[in-house]
Ligand binder design. Structure first.
Ligand code: GMT
Length: 381
């Protein structure tokens, strides 16, 4: 199949999922065309089966806001015609589903039929998409998609609750390439980060408000009062500066390392003992799954799709949002005793196997096939 994938190319769960999906589909013989404004961060290798087409938005002084949707839909039309793309899979409803629908209409005008599969990732529904300024357009583009998927049951329920959706929503969970996350390192170079007695606690995110970054710092503050520990803060975002200030206020600067965005997530997870994800909302929590795949147990909240990913008392623990004392106690319970820590580490790895890429990607292929079939029947009738 020739598939066009539209996503955000930045450090964010939806872009990572879209990129890993495209790469796996290409290994399974499909021809993949990524269409976005820059090369996706995890797309390192271009092969015969993987192509990247950049969407340019020419600057024009008249525009206060440059019209990305317009440039994207025009690019989609051009790429579908040039490469014979059979189906468009758009990740994140805003504005991708909307631009894809416009492209579909333009192509229809020329007698070309291309179905759209839209994957909802979370904030496009729970935070941004639900805003009254966007809601009518988001509702419209979801209902106009030929197939809709969501990354968790929880997100499906949120979508049905918040929007007037007339489409079936297929739940296809996020996935993990276990081979990539199985420690390839013979030496993680842990000694560069901490001494043997210190436990390494890690948080990775785009450090937006929804991630509750102050809670990460407060939980770590409680941990390090009980046992020697270091905190690795990975990622960039608006809450980072506040986190640095809080670390200074609490006098724990020597125990916290801020990395910024990193392409070496696997290496950081390789030497981590515990992952913190105290988010206010999380449709799935891909970062938690990546941690578990590297054998790192997770202390998270019980919000959104997190209970579908992190099993309470097995791969880590779940607590209410902002329950810092509870999350700290659970973290200490895991970290304090080496046997307990090792049990949680192997449980975390076992839990991640439920999301093996080889079991999940065929679910997307089946949706593509059914959608194309339905589409061709529509044309015949
Ligand atoms: O987590 C983020 O803030 C990034 C965001 C994105 O759109 O890239 O992540 C969302 O999609 C991920 C992939 O499906 C999910 O794992 C995240 O849980 C979801 N984020 C939220 O719901 C806050």
């Amino acid at each position: 199949m020739k598939i066009g994938i539209v996503c955000y190319p930045t450090f964010g769960g939806s872009g990572v999922v879209a990129t890993e999906l495209g790469l796996e589909l290409s290994k399974r013989g499909h021809e993949i065309h990524f269409i976005t404004y820059s090369q996706p961060v995890r797309l390192e290798l271009l092969s015969n089966n993987v192509h990247f087409h950049e969407v340019h938005v020419p600057e024009y002084p008249l525009f206060h806001y440059q019209p990305y949707e317009l440039a994207l839909s025009s690019k989609l039309v051009d790429m579908v015609k040039l490469h014979g793309i059979e189906l468009l899979h758009v990740h994140y409803a805003i504005p991708h589903a909307y631009a894809a629908f416009m492209a579909q209409q333009m192509l229809l005008d020329e007698g070309l039929l291309v179905p759209i599969v839209t994957t909802l990732h979370g904030t496009d529904i729970t935070l941004v998409g639900n805003h009254p300024f966007y809601k009518p357009a988001v509702t419209f583009s979801i209902n106009k998609s030929d197939a809709v998927t969501s990354v968790s049951e929880s997100l499906k329920n949120d979508t049905l609750r918040l929007f007037n959706i007339k489409k079936d929503i297929h739940v296809v969970p996020n996935f993990i390439d276990l081979e990539k996350h199985t420690n390839n390192f013979t030496d993680c170079q842990r000694a560069m980060m901490a001494n043997d007695k210190e436990r390494i606690v890690t948080h990775i995110s785009n450090m937006r408000e929804v991630k509750q970054i102050p809670d990460v710092i407060k939980i770590f503050y409680n941990i390090q009062k009980e046992l020697p520990a270091k905190l690795m803060m990975v990622g960039e975002g608006p809450e980072k500066e506040g986190a640095e200030l809080l670390v200074t206020e609490l006098g724990i600067e020597d125990k916290v390392i801020f990395f910024g965005n990193s392409n070496e997530i696997d290496r950081i997870l390789c030497f981590s003992d515990l992952f913190l994800l105290p988010s206010e909302t999380e449709s799935f929590g891909l970062a938690a799954l990546e941690a578990m795949a590297s054998g790192v147990p997770v202390i998270s909240t019980n919000t959104g799709g997190l209970p579908e990913v992190n099993e309470d008392g097995f791969s880590g623990y779940l607590s209410d949002v902002n329950a810092v004392t509870d999350m700290s106690a659970n973290a200490i319970k895991i970290l304090k005793d080496l046997n307990t820590l090792n049990t949680f580490k192997s449980n975390a790895k076992a839990q991640s196997r439920k999301f093996d890429i080889h079991n999940i990607v065929p679910q997307y292929e089946a949706i593509y096939e059914q959608t194309l079939e339905r589409f061709s029947e529509m044309v015949i009738n």
